[in-house]
Structure formats: structure tokens, C-alpha cells
Design a binder for this molecule. Structure first.
Ligand code: DGJ
Length: 484
């Protein structure tokens, strides 16, 4: 090697060595990320899910719901709200327009309008006179009228679908009477009128089928006397006895009877025969629901007990008229009420509210592999709008979660926006409840905390409607999913 070449080699060695090291390091880092991206299970899962979503009409349908014209999010003013323990949350902003007064029933309270009915002056949803543009749209919180143009009276309700007639039946509390309080400090109430039934084939136009269980106006010792309370009726169908079975919360005016009532009928349109009430297994029972697992016909009673501090769950007997011996305790010391159960794949989900009377509070989602538990609390399923709106379940309290025939990942979240100043003018908040993720696939990217469960979201929409062709869903295919 000549002197020039030797000099060049030395210069290369002395000057380029650090550069070479940096290139090597950069190359290794790049290689790490590249191979990580190629082999990471979460990235692979995300890609596989996206691919599945593209190929799967059901997934496309729920994407449509989340991302299309339904995204009309209403901005809500900031003000304080109560936590489920009844304590107020701190105001999140000095510019808060108003704090909710302690007495929302007071005519003087500015919060009555602000808190319960921010859209009070908006037109009612009225199938008897709606314009073409508003047809089939749900407007959560607006007055909702039946096909005869009268406000729907079906509060705290539940909905039964009968596939034979492709008809939905909505059972709920008829509260069409004056609101009053027995004593200054007692809960607002309306005298018991009975349980209404409305029928519909599209979930938007509802026909009033009248009272299917009527109050007793004369016999003061009857559970159904007008002075008592009958709330949260739910109806299921027993395939063996061919009976429609209604369960409901039976109470006296001060909620100390804390019982569950049962009524049956051979027709979804009633009349229902009242069989009586009981404290299940001797326990106090207030807010409740019943859930029928359509996969095997088993049915369950879920109720708030031990002074609303926990839930109890018992399986119904095969005729649905009694309880099996086992009582399962769930959400112990969590103080939850208004349970609404639904099933997705092999898992059970439940949405509950806190216990603040007619006041709205935060919803929570729970999940379990078996109806009898153990139940795990997954958090607040509400998505969108402002913090305050979510912390109050969009100013509402869950009543029911409705599965839609032919749609696997889409349910309707059915809730009440109570108006304790005028309970008969309480409104309905119906929103799409969507389920992401596949139970038969690998876990999702962000499933570290709750690897077993799918993501359940109740997303706020000022206005929304069901996918165009859902009513014509072909139920002939094996999976019972909609064909587009
Ligand atoms: C909350 C319950 O969920 C309602 O059904 C009703 O019982 C009210 N409490 C009464 O204050």
C-alpha cells in the first residue's frame, strides 16, 4: 500500500468509525421496529380485524352507524352534576352557567329547564305528522308521539320482539297523571295508572294498545291500588307454556314494600292477570329486570337488594313463574340500580345506574361469562358529547337494552329522561349501542385490561336512525344476520 493509500485508509478508520457506529445503531433500531410491526400480535390483530370488518356486512353496518350522518353531537353547557352517592361533582369550569339547585322541582329553579330539557322547545317526534326529512329519525330527549299523535306513556319500560309477527311490544309505566309529593321530603310520584303496551314493526311508529295491566282504583289492599307503585315492567315469552310473563317492581308510596310482582297473559296484548308479589328469597327487591337467554330459554331475575347496595340474581323456574333456590350476589357495595342485561356471543353484559332517585347519574357497564356471575365492572359505556353529559348518561337512566333481529353488533340503548317536576312528561333517550371486536378472533389491540370482553359503546347522537334495510333483514341464513 502506498503512502497515499495508507493515509486514506487511516483517515477512513479514524473519521468514519463513529459514523459507522451510528449507522449500525440506526439500522438496528429500524430493523427492530420493522420486525416488531411485522410480528406484533396487536398490529396483526388490528390488520386482521380490519380485513374481517371489510369482508363482514355486519361490521360495515355498525361503522356506518358510527361514522355517517348520525354523528350529530350536541354541545351541552357545563354545570355541576351529582355523583351516584348523591354528592355534587365539583364544577369543572368557572364559567359554569349554573349549579343545579337542591330542589329541581321548584318552579323557581332555572335548572329545571336547563338540566332536564335543554331542547324543550324543539318539535316532538310525531309519526302522524312528520316531514319526509325527519321520518324514521330518533331524537333522544324530544317528546315522542304515537301513531295517533299522542305522547307515548311507557316509562321504565322493556321491549319484547315476537319473530312470528315481526312485531315489537313496548311495555312501560303509564304516568299520565299529576305529579305530587306525599311529604315535602318524599320522592315525586304519580298515582298508579297501569302498564301500557305499544306495538310497532319499525321501532319508530308505535300504536297504543292500551293498558295491559290496570291499577285497582277501589281495593286499598291491592298491590295495584292507585296509591302504590308499579315500575320497570318487563315481559318475556315462555316457549313451553306459551305464556307471556311480566315481572315488575311493586312497592308502596314510600318504597318500603320492596317486592317483585308477576303477571301472565296468553297474548302480548294482554290483558295480563296479576298473580301477586313477593320478596325474592325474603330479600328486599327494588329496581329489577328479567332476562331471557334466547340460546337456551333460561331466564333470570336481577334486582337491587340490601337497600340497593348490591344486586341479586336468580334463575327463574322453567315456567318462569318462580325462582330457583340459588341467589347470586353481584356488584356488592357498588350501590347500583336500573339493571338492563343483554347477551353478545357467549358473554352477558349489564348496564346499571347509580342510586339518585329521579336524578340522572353515571352509567356503568358490567360483564360476566355466566348470568350468575362473577360480574366485572368495565366502566362507563357512554361516548361523545360533553363530560357532564356523559356523567349523567346523557341526562337519562337506562331501562332496557334491545337486541335487533338480524343485527349482531348493534343494539338499542333504551333510557328514561325523568322529569321529576312533571313525571308524565318524562322523555325517552334511545341511542345506538354498538359492540366492537370479535369474540371468535384474537384479542384486540387495546384489550389489556379486559381481554375477554368486547368494547360496548353508547354514543350520543342528537339525531339518528336505524340502517336503511334492517327491517327487511333476511333471517334465513344460518347466523341470522342481516343480508345487505
Ligand atoms: C330510581 C328508579 O330507577 C326509578 O325506577 C324510580 O324508582 C325512582 N328511583 C324513584 O325515585
Amino acid at each position: 500500500m502506498n503512502a497515499r493509500a495508507r493515509g486514506g485508509a487511516m483517515a477512513f478508520t479514524s473519521l468514519a468509525l463513529p459514523t459507522l457506529v451510528w449507522i449500525l445503531v440506526a439500522w438496528l433500531v429500524a430493523l427492530h421496529f420493522f420486525t416488531g410491526w411485522i410480528s406484533s400480535p396487536s398490529a396483526a390483530t388490528a390488520r386482521s380485524n380490519r380485513r374481517k370488518d371489510r369482508d363482514n356486512p355486519v361490521a360495515r353496518l355498525s361503522d356506518l352507524l358510527r361514522y355517517s350522518e348520525l354523528e350529530e353531537i350536541e354541545e351541552i353547557p357545563v354545570f355541576s352534576v351529582r355523583s351516584s352517592s348523591g354528592k355534587k361533582h365539583k364544577k369543572s369550569s368557572k364559567s359554569a352557567k349554573s349549579a343545579i339547585s337542591d330542589d329541581p322541582l321548584s318552579e323557581l329553579s332555572p335548572d329545571r329547564r336547563l338540566f332536564y330539557f335543554p331542547d324543550r322547545n324543539l318539535a316532538a317526534v310525531d309519526p302522524s305528522s312528520s316531514s319526509e326529512e325527519e321520518r324514521d329519525f330518533f331524537f333522544p330527549g324530544r317528546e315522542w308521539r304515537d301513531v295517533n299523535g299522542l305522547p307515548i306513556q311507557a316509562h321504565g319500560g322493556g321491549i319484547l320482539y315476537t319473530p312470528e309477527t315481526r312485531t315489537f311490544y313496548w311495555y312501560g309505566e303509564n304516568k299520565q297523571g299529576p305529579t305530587y309529593r306525599l311529604h315535602k321530603k318524599s320522592s315525586a310520584r304519580v298515582d298508579l295508572i297501569g302498564i301500557s303496551c305499544y306495538s310497532s314493526q319499525d321501532l319508530w311508529r308505535w300504536k297504543n294498545e292500551g293498558l295491559v295491566l290496570k291499577a285497582d282504583t277501589t281495593n286499598t289492599s291491592s298491590d295495584l291500588h292507585t296509591s302504590n307503585v308499579a315500575e320497570r315492567p318487563k315481559v318475556i315469552f315462555n316457549n313451553h307454556t306459551r305464556q307471556f310473563v311480566m315481572y315488575l317492581h311493586i312497592d308502596n308510596a314510600n318504597y318500603s314494600k320492596a317486592s317483585v310482582g308477576i303477571a301472565t297473559s296468553s297474548s302480548p296484548l294482554g290483558p295480563f292477570t296479576y298473580l301477586g308479589s313477593t320478596k325474592p328469597h325474603g330479600f328486599d327487591s327494588r329496581d329489577m329486570t328479567i332476562f331471557k337467554d334466547e340460546d337456551d330459554g333460561s331466564a333470570f331475575l336481577v334486582y337491587s337488594s340490601q337497600s340497593n347496595s348490591e344486586l341479586h340474581i336468580s334463575q327463574l323456574t322453567p315456567d318462569y313463574l318462580g325462582l330457583s333456590p340459588a341467589v347470586s350476589r353481584a356488584l356488592v357495595n357498588q350501590h347500583r340500580e336500573a339493571p338492563a342485561v343483554f347477551k353478545h356471543g357467549n358473554f352477558f353484559y349489564m348496564i346499571t345506574s347509580g342510586c339518585t332517585g329521579w336524578w340522572p347519574n353515571q352509567a356503568l357497564l358490567h360483564a360476566a361469562e355466566s348470568m350468575l356471575g362473577p360480574w366485572e365492572t368495565l366502566g362507563d359505556p357512554c361516548v361523545g358529547a360533553s363530560d357532564e353529559f356523559r356523567l349523567t348518561t346523557f341526562f337519562s337512566q337506562v331501562a332496557f337494552v334491545l337486541p335487533l333481529p338480524g343485527l349482531r353488533d348493534l343494539f338499542v340503548f333504551v333510557a328514561d329522561r325523568w322529569n321529576p317536576g312533571n313525571l308524565s312528561d318524562s322523555r325517552y333517550v334511545w341511542l345506538p349501542l354498538t359492540i366492537d371486536g370479535r369474540l371468535d378472533g384474537p384479542p384486540e389491540d387495546d384489550s389489556f385490561e379486559f381481554p375477554m370482553w368486547s368494547r360496548v359503546s353508547v354514543r350520543w347522537h342528537r339525531k339518528w336512525k336505524l340502517p336503511e334495510h334492517w327491517k327487511n333483514a333476511s333471517l334465513d341464513d344460518d347466523e341470522g344476520e342481516i343480508s345487505l
